[in-house]
Write a protein that binds this ligand. Structure first.
Ligand code: NAD
Length: 355
């Protein structure tokens, strides 16, 4: 019996979480384990109900759980609030910080059935499988911020700070992942030519590379990386980068897989890990059963793999997703001629039944 916190959040978060729970329960039935799921409030939903986007009870629930499933947080209703109340900054970023989830692993995998859903040519994307490791508790999103009046308007300041130890711990994790990968190749992304924080990043990564002589580490500028991800994404296998670069590059990389609704992620580093899709709350389609639940379901598979050491059950979910796609079922974000349209719940049912 595994204890998992379930935080649906807002928008499509509320719709995709039950599908992941359904699939996890099916996997548990097959492989002989079960879950005690406890739901907690987070994001705009928590703000509306309790006045804060991350209530103490939710934090306590997370700390007392063995893993966390998170939908997504935020939406237009809360966009104009001061930053200390905004769901993304005040709940998600804080949750990552409080739980020390400094590494956000994003899994960019193109399922063969979706080759024609990617906007890139088949020969460019075929066979893509990349893990992008994004530093998630430092950098620009956590540095000091201010806004002040000036004679001719306003001045806004964001601060990008990285310490050696922060780069070293994510760097080590990246080298260790590269060690387990057949390519033995690691790409470190920075902006060494312009940013001081990137110069420290590159110094630390170059230093670490000496400890892992059998790994081929390559440093690349973020602007070039954005271009290479479209030009020749197959050159990448394991990538590591700082917070904001990772945020932007992973959204770009999601399109290699056909839809952002396919991009699963795991936030690790602390005692308890959190599993969440890389996308947001998709207010444009929320409440219409149009959301693709597969990123959430695939994130749940990673929960079985990383938190509970059930590789067999994780693989069975990934295989189930592959089979459902092979049979031609598609949520609207991936829909094309000749395919069968499935809504959020139908897609969850299909995957669960295959498991
Ligand atoms: P978004 O990822 O929510 O949506 C971008 C586009 O992708 C939209 O057109 C949306 O319909 C589509 N999309 C996203 N997920 C999908 C899915 N599963 N199935 C089908 N289509 C999907 O990004 P956004 O519009 O920039 O942000 C909306 C809200 O989400 C904002 O309030 C933002 O702050 C928040 N957000 C939260 C997280 C998070 O909780 N991790 C991440 C990003 C954005």
């Amino acid at each position: 019996m595994y204890k998992a916190a379930v935080l649906p959040g807002d928008g499509i978060g509320i719709e995709i979480i039950p599908e992941a729970v359904k699939v996890l329960e099916a996997a548990g039935k097959k492989y002989g384990f079960s879950f005690e799921f406890t739901e907690g409030l987070v994001g705009g939903a928590a703000l509306d109900a309790t006045g804060v986007p991350l209530p103490d009870e939710t934090l306590e629930l997370c700390n007392n759980s063995e893993a966390i499933l998170l939908g997504a947080v935020g939406g237009p209703k809360w966009d104009t609030l001061p930053v200390h109340l905004r769901p993304e900054a005040a709940s998600l970023l804080r949750l990552r910080k409080e739980l020390d989830l400094y590494a956000n692993l994003r899994f960019v995998k193109l399922y063969p059935a979706l080759i024609d859903s990617s906007p890139l040519k088949r020969e460019v994307v075929e066979g893509i499988e990349i893990v992008i490791i994004r530093e998630a508790t430092g950098g620009l999103y956590f540095g000091e911020k201010k806004r002040e009046k000036t004679e001719d308007g306003e001045r806004a300041v964001d601060t990008l700070v990285y310490n050696t130890w922060e780069i070293e711990r994510i760097g080590r994790l990246a080298f260790e992942m590269a060690e387990k990968h057949p390519s033995k190749h690691l790409t470190s992304v920075d902006k060494h030519n312009v940013l001081e924080s990137s110069r420290l990043w590159r110094d630390v990564m170059t230093g670490l590379a000496k400890e892992y002589p059998h790994i081929e580490m390559e440093s690349i500028y973020v602007d070039n990386c954005a271009m290479q991800l479209i030009r020749d994404p197959k050159q990448f296998s394991i990538m590591v980068t700082e917070n904001m670069f990772g945020d932007i590059l992973t959204d770009e990389a999601s399109m290699l897989t056909g839809s952002i609704g396919m991009l699963a992620s795991a936030s690790i580093g602390g005692r308890v890990a959190m599993y969440e899709p890389a996308h947001g709350t998709a207010p444009d389609i929320a409440g219409q059963k149009k959301a693709n639940p597969l990123a959430m379901i695939l994130s749940a598979a990673h929960m079985l793999r990383y938190s509970f050491d059930h590789e067999d059950a994780a693989v069975s979910i990934e295989k189930a997703v592959e089979e459902v796609l092979d049979e031609g079922y598609r949520t609207p974000d991936l829909m094309s001629e000749g395919m069968t349209l499935a809504n959020t719940v139908e897609m969850g049912d299909l995957v669960a039944s295959k498991v």
